[in-house]
Design a protein around this ligand. Structure first.
Ligand SMILES: C[S@@+](CC[C@H](N)C(=O)[O-])C[C@H]1O[C@@H](n2cnc3c(N)ncnc32)[C@H](O)[C@@H]1O
Length: 245
């Protein structure tokens, strides 16, 4: 794909070729956007974009996906278009009255769809990046949700304060370092959604082994291994749904 549209902003692929400012003007009219950007990469623990603004100057926008509204500033926080099916898939798995813990909540990538599409009893959403936390709070209001508690801080510190029926670990850097904390917060028979970027040939072994190694004497049952997207050549972004008894 050469471009993606997020709200009123067009994000061009690094390989997208244009000759002049006039080309960008034409593109903005064609796609009906105010701003055109290139995002080189997403850096660090807080997943912040390194970007160039090519046209316009408004980087804050409201993106609609799966009947959810996401307000975000694309110069401050990330948006992964490739994860859109996963965001809805998780929301649809949540059963009535579940307590959900979203350990890496961002702007509410998973918490908002869960709030909109399920009858969860409560959702605790932890986020370390103050910019993402700001938009998480905005998005809770925008979607008129009253069962999400946003928490600013490190999930290593805050997750142990909660017990949940379902825990989402939607982070792909060193997610396995947080497994022990997550499993300790998971109720008996609870479900963990564990994300990892993993070389293709280790996909069916490493992530599950990592979960089992942190589960102590609790029994781990693999429910599903879901490929989300290709992360890099030979590397997959996968999510494992596991039940921990
Ligand atoms: C950007 S999200 C992942 C994207 C998401 N999977 C999606 O669907 O697009 C990951 C979030 O985890 C946050 N994060 C990283 N380390 C954290 C920690 N220790 N505690 C809480 N949040 C953390 C980052 O700031 C980031 O906002």
């Amino acid at each position: 794909m050469k471009w993606k549209r997020i709200g009123n902003v067009l994000i061009l692929d690094s390989k997208f070729h244009y000759e002049s400012y006039e080309d960008l003007q034409v593109l903005s009219k064609k796609h009906n956007v105010k701003t055109i950007m290139k995002i080189d990469y997403i850096q660090g623990t807080k997943r912040e974009p390194v970007y160039n603004i090519l046209y316009g100057n408004e980087t804050e926008t409201i993106h609609k996906e799966n009947s959810c509204l996401f307000k975000l500033d694309l110069s401050k926080v990330m948006w992964s278009k490739g994860n859109n099916n996963e965001r809805l898939r998780i929301a649809k798995l949540v059963e009535d009255n579940e307590v959900v813990l979203d350990m890496f909540a961002g702007i509410g990538y998973f918490s908002i769809p869960i709030g909109v599409h399920s009858n969860a009893k409560h959702i605790y959403s932890i986020e370390i990046n103050p910019n993402s936390y700001f938009y998480l709070c905005e998005n809770i209001k925008l979607n008129k949700l009253d069962n999400i508690t946003p928490i600013l801080g490190d999930c290593m510190v805050h997750a142990p304060k909660y017990k949940a029926d379902r825990i989402i670990m939607g982070y792909v850097k060193t997610t396995h370092h947080y497994l022990n904390v997550a499993i300790n917060s998971l109720n008996e028979g609870g479900i963990l959604h564990y994300h990892e970027t993993v070389p293709e040939k280790l996909m069916n072994t490493r992530p599950l082994e990592r979960i089992i190694s942190q589960a102590g004497n609790r029994e781990v049952e693999l429910l599903k291994l879901n490929k989300i997207k290709k992360y890099a050549p030979g590397v997959e972004h996968v999510v494992l749904d596991v039940k921990v008894n």
